[in-house]
Design a protein. Sequence first.
Length: 241
Amino acid sequence: MLPDLEEISIKCYSYLNDSAKYIFQLKKLQYLDISGCHIEYVWPEFRAYELPFYKAIQESQLDTLKVLRASDCGIMEILIIALLQKAPHLVDLDLSSCRVGNETLKVISKFLIHLKYLNLENSSVSDSGLIGKIKLCCTTCEDEYTSKQLLNIKGLEKLNLSRCAHITEACVIQAIQFQFLRELYLEGCKISDRAMLRMYLNNPCLQKVIHSDFNLKRKYESKHDKKGKHRSPADKKGRHR
């Protein structure tokens, strides 16, 4: 391998399980795209610890990794979690259409506090993952608090929760309150007009919200657009990436 390699893109690669030990030893790796890659599913889950991919993660040196693109990866959640814990300086993470849920989000909120761009489109994330419900029990009562664990990522600028079927608008209002958030994607989510308005009130820098209802996007254009700030032709036609 080339020791000074900084970027690797191996989309839909069939031999990731065997080659991971070489990739994860690159000390200067900053960008890794493994979108569409698959690793054989094993059962029970603890057998994943026997896979070469897991062993490669444990021996990895990913402190320099800034960008991880892993959309549509057929990789067990337990392996993705192990990988994220080894890359604490990520700023851009794409796990869209992956087998991930609340446990992954918990790890993201705890370890990846430098994230600016997070894509969890079409994942199994639910309300309890977004707001981090904690139950405290005592002898006479049981109280429930919300820790809003996602808010640990204070510098988040772009968040994609499109097609996350297990989140509700009440949770979204509680969980999505970021000082620097500019783009929010909620396509396919059941979010009312009132909740969409709250998104702008809770996120002062928000410039773009993508929702299934085109009229809703036009109705709640950002203050920047209302003041005549330049928009691209694609934005004017309601298109997005």
